[in-house]
Ligand binder design. Sequence first.
Ligand code: ACO
Length: 339
Amino acid sequence: MPPPNNNHFCTCSIIGTGSYVPDRVLTNDDLSKIVDTNDEWITTRTGIKERRIAAEGQATSDMASEAARRALAAAGITAADIDLIIVATVTPDMFFPSTACIVQKKIEAWNAVCFDISAACSGFLYALQTARHYINTGNRKTALIIGAEKLSSLINWKDRNTCVLFGDGAGAVVVQRMDDDAKEAPGRILSAVMGCDGSLTDLLKVPGGASAIPVTPENVDQRLNTIHMEGRETFKHAVTRMCQASEQALSMAGLTAADIKMVIPHQANLRIISAIAERLGIPEERTFVNLQKYGNTSAATIPVALDEANRSGAIQRGDVVLLVAFGGGFTWASTVLVW
Ligand code: ACO
């Protein structure tokens, strides 16, 4: 039986999950008509079979708001009960206002303070830990944490190295402070770690379109406003950092890999997930994978997967669950929960 919480935090629990993906499906075969690629290459190198693409005019906040509504319904609370909204995204609706403010308007959560977090694919776990600190100080009680991305807006559809990897979607959780006597509350967070190495910013980035290289017709022609990635280097760092972060979070919770019922990792590449599971000594059936359906949706992968694992019964009350992410920055993070 895991300890209730050894991380000097109040008991803070996920009380509801929700997710949303757009209807439009883009298959590997569809992509093979746009760039020089094929289903066999994409499947064997990544595990991805298809991804979802947002509809014309559908913004990140639209997907985020729908995921949020579903998480609120699952938690059995109303938008008025939310006092903090954090949206993790690298594809905000606009530079400002924050996507979290736009979500507040769309779901009418008028009692919330709202801001975004940018930590690429680690963004959701960064946001979850940030909310936990706010809740721990007593400053906030009930937070809505959303990972939402419209990565299709950052893709260079002529670059086969990147365009096959990404998709759109959103996932959300409601996190709440539990009473002092609720040490065994379901969904409680046991531990969390975050890390960053800003010396490696150049390996994965969208170089243009913001203050360093403002938009001009010339740099749009050069596709500077799209994702640039050194895939092989990113892969190596992802495996190393996700393993380290997992071990740190487990140790902080007083647990080992043998205690984990399910790992819900960032869904970037099946080979990354397999390498992590092997290094941690976790059997394949205890890793949750849905990237074949959605590709890499950056900050959305973990909350979408957590919601699917919850609703499908892949995780049950009392299960120890490990969440672990890696993304541009480089950033990484891991969280241990008891479901
Ligand atoms: N179809 C066919 N061939 C392709 C494709 C494609 N879609 N893409 C690349 N190739 C070719 C390359 O041109 C190269 O050909 P060459 O040998 O003739 O030069 C060959 O396939 C091998 O390319 P690599 O890049 O070495 O392939 P690799 O096995 O490394 O797989 C991949 C590439 C899938 C991108 C992998 O490196 C990866 O998953 N990296 C990590 C991604 C990740 O974790 N990102 C982190 C989070 S993302 C975020 O934060 C937003």
